[in-house]
Ligand binder design. Structure first.
Ligand SMILES: Cc1cc2nc3c(=O)[nH]c(=O)nc-3n(C[C@H](O)[C@H](O)[C@H](O)COP(=O)(O)OP(=O)(O)OC[C@H]3O[C@@H](n4cnc5c(N)ncnc54)[C@H](O)[C@@H]3O)c2cc1C
Length: 468
């Protein structure tokens, strides 16, 4: 596989430098270390031969023309915060960092639209839109992630019940194809029945079809108030059973999160304080946006009734901003807490909402069988279950032996319950084998045909999602 790609010679470096300029290229090995990994806990570094940092889409186009001519692999990279090895240059070659294409081009108050470049980070976008009383509602927790990376992975996060994942909030794109052609898809309009929807095809394609160089995002008004309700239960099943009834209420919550006690125990150590009701087995966190405290209060009184009907011990609404912040922080710190405590992997299986409790029960059986603890939380409102196997009480060799077997069984159970391998992080490199295992051959073949139509020489992020 490796040998089919062209070598990067000193002549190639000269040509790349002529395109991006001296300040837009890195060839020093030490300076490239930061571009050889992402935030996945199991990523082993893959070094590029060169990093290029173009400043605009025309330069991206010229780079791709050159790479295509010389058959050099090109791996797009945003903030490098991905959790599936998606931005790793598996076959070396060029890492194409979008970090310098990072301007917010327009906040259109009439159409509730932001036009941004792909290297814009989530924190940049939130800060800018806030000044206009507007809001980009997708919240995948990691503020250093870029909009380009969010689009490529179809990122989700905690607000998805009300606002949907990234793909529901993108109206159009500019993208550079592997042959250097630049396409514009969609626009600042809400409806479109004009040909194939390439916006949606490129979203979630993990940098394998095109390089996104401009994005038209849907904005909404910033909600006046946000509050949460935190409910401990004696069993996860009871907590999950409450979710459909909560969703039947006339108002839609922003998000509904669940946490297993195993997660709370680890987070408490990391944040060095107790989470309320930490002795119980499972927790629901219902997050609600609204126009007034009264509106949210009325909604939460109904949610409280539902939770208690399903056996909640309590339904607590924090009585201060600080208490609310501390609870949200406990939820948001789950990933770094687990990462600090032991070797781990982060799975993001999605199942139908109604199957969450059954899925978690089966995962616990699998965890016991393989003798690998799995700590569990997730987005109860959309069926996205975050499973974190941890390698406690075993050496590295044993961990590396047991993990793939455990993952294979978990993915099998997830799909047998009507689910899918990844709900929001993407397949990238690390889930490729499991995606193949769980995907129908005809579907994989169709995906390969699509890849071939966009990228016949397989130069764009090769070795990701599936082998070609
Ligand atoms: C602590 C933590 C919490 C997280 N929580 C969540 C969460 O709740 N929900 C969630 O969905 N994710 C979450 N993530 C994962 C991560 O933030 C997302 O996957 C994010 O979308 C990656 O963005 P990035 O800019 O870092 O992309 P990168 O990691 O740089 O790249 C990711 C993929 O996008 C491709 N890519 C990047 N830019 C472009 C472009 N312009 N054109 C084409 N392809 C491109 C890359 O090739 C790669 O395949 C979390 C990560 C961390 C570290």
């Amino acid at each position: 596989m490796k040998s089919k790609y062209g070598k990067i010679t000193s002549q190639t470096i000269k040509e790349l430098t002529a395109i991006v300029g001296k300040s837009g290229i890195i060839t020093d090995k030490d300076a490239m270390v930061g571009y050889s990994h992402d935030e996945s806990p199991i990523t082993k570094p893959h070094a590029p031969q060169v990093v290029v940092k173009p400043g605009d889409s025309q330069t991206v186009a010229k780079l791709l023309v050159l790479a295509n001519k010389k058959r050099i692999p090109v791996t797009p990279r945003g903030g490098g915060t991905g959790l599936s090895g998606g931005c790793l240059p598996l076959y070396g070659g060029i890492v194409l960092s979008l970090e310098r294409i990072n301007r917010i081009l327009e906040i259109d108050k009439e159409n509730f639209v932001a036009v941004v470049e792909p290297g814009v980070t989530l924190s940049q976008l939130y800060n800018e839109t806030e000044q206009y009383g507007l809001y980009y509602p997708v919240y995948p927790a990691e503020m250093n992630a870029t909009i380009g990376g969010n689009i490529a992975t179809n990122a989700g996060g905690m607000n998805a019940v009300k606002y949907g994942v990234t793909r529901y909030n993108v109206m159009g794109l500019e993208a550079v194809l592997p042959n250097g052609e630049i396409i514009q898809t969609g626009g600042k309009f809400a409806k479109c029945s004009s040909g194939y929807d390439l916006t949606q095809l490129i979203i979630g394609s993990e940098g394998t079809l095109a390089v996104v160089t401009k994005v038209i995002l849907k904005l909404t008004t910033k909600p006046a108030k946000r509050q949460l309700l935190f409910a401990p239960f004696t069993e996860l099943q009871k907590a999950i059973d409450a979710v459909p009834d909560i969703l039947k209420l006339e108002m839609t919550p922003t998000g509904i999160e669940f946490m297993d006690k195993s997660v709370i125990d680890i987070v408490e150590k990391y944040i060095d304080r107790e989470v309320p009701y930490h002795q119980y087995a499972a927790f629901l966190m219902v997050i609600m946006d609204g126009e007034s405290d009264d509106e949210i209060h009325e909604y939460f009184s109904k949610v409280e009734d539902i939770c208690k009907q399903h056996g909640a011990i309590e339904a607590m609404v924090p009585n201060s901003e600080r208490a609310k912040r501390r609870l949200l922080e406990a939820r948001e710190r789950i990933y770094p807490s687990i990462k600090k405590c032991a070797p781990m992997e982060a799975l993001d299986v999605v199942v139908p909402r109604s199957e969450i409790a059954k899925f978690v029960r089966k995962v616990k059986e699998i965890s016991q069988r393989h003798e690998v603890p799995v700590v569990i939380c997730g987005h109860a409102g959309d069926g996205n279950v975050h499973l974190n196997p941890i390698g406690v009480d075993m050496d590295e060799k044993e961990w590396e032996k047991r993990l793939p077997k455990l993952m294979k069984d978990i993915y099998r159970v997830g799909t047998s319950l009507g689910g899918a391998v990844s709900g929001e992080h993407g397949i990238g490199l690390h889930k490729k084998a499991y995606f193949r295992q769980e995907t129908d051959e005809a579907l994989l073949k169709t995906m390969r045909e699509i890849k071939k139509a966009f990228d016949p020489n397989n130069i764009l992020n090769p070795g990701k999602i599936f082998d070609f």
